[in-house]
Each structure stands twice: as structure tokens, then as C-alpha cells.
Design a protein around this ligand. Structure first.
Ligand SMILES: [Zn+2]
Ligand SMILES: [Zn+2]
Length: 137
């Protein structure tokens, strides 16, 4: 069986579907576990190989994370918000910055990859609570 060579295999197609349907930004391992439910014969190496092929062919994108494994995401244009505290990754669509960036750079760009760090609502709430608790002590 030929798994490489840039051809889109049956597994690659299933993995692509999983990623396009999910907004969860799955790790390779999560994708493997999910795929295994419908394809009990699949092995982890196959999933990893297909993920890198799909990335290379620009059908999915990899989101590198600081303290955890890389996540995989659909290619459709969107930006990311990352909670500095709990590491939660959420999708957001900012206005397209291509024109602004090109103006500042003085030439055309192909794409950009924006990751904005913040405190997610849950962590913000926690910080607030801690602050208030601290005042009462
Ligand atoms: Zn958080
Ligand atoms: Zn995303």
C-alpha cells in the first residue's frame, strides 16, 4: 500500500473531514483516537504521516503551541486568540490586515498568521475573584 508520495489516501480524506468539522483544534493524538473509532485498523504513524502531507499540500494548517503539542486546524482564514493562563485556543475573525501589512512592508504578502494572547473570560473571572479574596483577607 502506498501511503506517501503526496497522494490523498482514504485516511487523509477522513482526517481532513475530521479537522474541517471540528473547531476544537485537535492534537495529532486526539485526531488518531477519534479516527480509530471508525477505523479500528489505523495506526498512529499513518495519522502523523497524513497530517504532515495535508500540511505540506496546504489543505490544513498546523498551529504551534508553546507548552503543548501542535494543533491542527482548517485552512479557512481566521485568527487565533490564546489564553496566556490556561492555553485555551479560540477562533476569531479580525478584519483582514493584509492591506495594512502590505502598506507597512511596502510590498505584497502571501499570508500572515496572527496569534493574539489574552486572558480568556474564565481566567479573567478567576483573577478577579482572587483579587477580591485577597482584599478580604
Ligand atoms: Zn484561560
Ligand atoms: Zn482555528
Amino acid at each position: 500500500m502506498d501511503e506517501g508520495g503526496g497522494t490523498v489516501t482514504k485516511y487523509a480524506k477522513l482526517i481532513l473531514e475530521l479537522i474541517n468539522q471540528s473547531k476544537g483544534h485537535m492534537t495529532a493524538e486526539q485526531i488518531f483516537l477519534k479516527l480509530k473509532k471508525t477505523e479500528p485498523g489505523v495506526v498512529q504513524a499513518t495519522v502523523y504521516n497524513n497530517l504532515s502531507t495535508l500540511c505540506k499540500e496546504g489543505m490544513i494548517r498546523k498551529v504551534p503551541m508553546e507548552d503543548s503539542p501542535d494543533r491542527y486546524d482548517r485552512i479557512q482564514k481566521h485568527d487565533h486568540l490564546v489564553c496566556k493562563k490556561c492555553g485555551k485556543l479560540s477562533d476569531i475573525c479580525f478584519d483582514d490586515l493584509t492591506k495594512d501589512l502590505e502598506k507597512q512592508l511596502g510590498e505584497g504578502i502571501l499570508s500572515y498568521d496572527l496569534k493574539v494572547f489574552y486572558l480568556c473570560p474564565k481566567c479573567r473571572e478567576e483573577e478577579k475573584r482572587r483579587y477580591h479574596d485577597g482584599l478580604q483577607m
